[in-house]
Design a protein around this ligand. Structure first.
Ligand code: GLN
Length: 461
């Protein structure tokens, strides 16, 4: 990643990124650009360098911001009509930390509205295309961010991952995607999806760049009581795995998984072995319940988080109002996408009296079993290896009329989310049609840098 210095002007880095974004406009990776402000910031940084004043570790580095991170420049829309005109009075902690180190936001990247989805087709502003095949999905929900990095518009981009929204688009577009340990990065100033699994991470071209970005973003924040302290502090080279043992999750290598995906994972396992790792098959039967657990707990939290959009406090308000009921119902009907409404309905159903014990409580109990099963596996292994997704990027429109099929695509990414574990998507191969395929490494809580260390080691192999 190029950082501005005496020889490299921040203005040139930002201009190049903006020009490349323009060339790639038809992919629709961005909802809005931040051109004037980005250039102004770049000029400030160049002036500092000129005077010999200190600049940060990301001086002049342009980045794309998933449009669910709040910052006062332009509108933070979360890709929803509800927030189409919303200008934030605050800056998300993660963004502030990056900007304090000199990074420059050049535009706001597209997503599924409120991060609900796995293809970026649920965006109110229209879908993003895959960087390798315009007829296919970018993945989601952080599709715009992944595509912006894959197309070399920016060296890194921010995403949020609640059940796969960084890892799956990273895999679909051949870039590194980091979903950190729950609590690694502050959620303050990010539009909430499901608060017990929302994590803030990034996309980059390689593990070292991702590590640098995450080391800056992470850490304790008084505004988010779930944040962890003393985190992400090692040099990447020192974050070595201690056991040199990897478990290959056999539950995710069976029926229904694309042959090219299986081959990519097996090839990566072979590469690990050549590098001196022991790779063993491991069965974790409770994993088969993770998707069901996720699609109960997550909508419950979505229903609660989205209740704040009532047409009164901020965001869209219907203009066709004759009663108080209209304020709520018409506003919410107009402001939310179908997928948002589906999750609100499911969430309120599983939380309603009579069903709470049968669904929500049971899912939370099963979630504990899942966490225990992972903990047992990590007594043996540094990390678990599996696919990111059952198949490479699918066609635009292929799953839009079948929400259940869309949910099934998340089967391999939601388990670590429910357990709060770090999980990385690492580019590892291509399908016969030339579509990128990533592999997923999952580790115990706070082993994020160990996973990136393994990924970095394998990059040169
Ligand atoms: N695809 C998953 C879902 O639709 C994950 C979304 C996310 O991580 N934000 O819920």
């Amino acid at each position: 990643m190029k950082i501005a210095d005496k020889d490299t002007k921040a203005v040139d880095l930002v201009r190049a990124a903006l020009e490349r974004a323009k060339e790639c406009e038809d992919y629709h990776a961005f909802i809005s650009m931040n051109e004037a402000h980005a250039l102004e910031r770049a000029r400030e940084i160049d002036a500092k360098i000129e005077k010999g004043e200190p600049v940060g570790r990301l001086a002049g580095v342009p980045f794309a911001l998933k449009d669910n991170y709040l910052s006062p420049e332009g509108e933070t829309t979360a890709a929803a009509k509800m927030l189409e005109d919303f200008v934030s009075p605050i800056t998300a902690t993660a963004v502030k930390k990056l900007e304090d180190e000199g990074a420059i936001m050049i535009g706001r990247a597209n997503l599924d509205a409120y991060a609900h989805g796995g293809s970026t087709e649920n965006s109110y502003f229209g879908p993003t295309s895959n960087a390798y095949d315009k007829s296919r999905v970018a993945g989601g929900s952080s599709g715009g961010s992944a595509v912006a990095v894959a197309l070399d518009i920016v060296p890194f981009a921010l995403g949020s991952d609640t059940g796969g929204s960084i890892r799956q688009p990273a895999s679909f577009n051949g870039v590194v995607g980091v979903k950190p340990t729950y609590g690694a990065v502050s959620r303050y100033g990010v539009v909430a999806m499901a608060s017990s699994t929302d994590t803030m991470g990034c996309f980059a071209k390689n593990a070292a760049d991702a590590d640098l970005v995450m080391s800056i973003m992470s850490g304790k924040d008084a505004k988010d009581s779930t944040t962890l302290s003393d985190f992400w502090t090692k040099n990447l080279a020192d974050a070595k795995p201690t056991k040199k043992k990897i478990g290959l999750i056999s539950d995710f290598m069976g029926e229904g998984v694309d042959e090219d995906v299986k081959k990519t994972v097996n090839d990566y396992a072979a590469k690990l072995k050549r590098a001196g790792y022991t790779v063993e098959n491991v069965d974790i039967p409770v994993l088969k319940y993770a998707l069901a657990i996720y699609y109960i707990v997550q909508p419950a939290e979505v229903a609660s988080n989205l209740s704040r959009y009532d047409g009164i406090r901020y965001g869209h308000r219907s203009s066709d109002i004759k009663s108080l009921d209209d304020v709520y119902s018409k506003t919410r009907d107009e402001g939310f996408m179908a997928e948002n409404k589906r999750r609100i309905l499911i969430g309120n159903f599983v939380l309603s009296s009579g069903f709470f014990d049968a669904y929500y409580l049971k899912a939370q109990k099963a979630r504990t079993l899942l966490i225990n099963a992972y903990n047992d596996a990590f007594k043996e292994y540094d990390a678990l290896l599996c696919p990111v997704s059952p198949r490479p990027a699918f066609k635009l429109g292929e799953n839009t009329s079948d929400p259940l099929q869309m949910y099934l695509e998340d089967v391999m990414t939601v388990p670590p989310s429910m357990a709060g574990l770090p999980a990385m998507a690492i580019p590892a191969g291509k399908s016969k049609d030339g579509l990128p395929i990533g592999v997923q490494l999952v580790g115990p809580r706070q082993s994020d840098q160990v996973l990136l260390n393994i990924a970095a080691e394998m990059e040169d192999k």
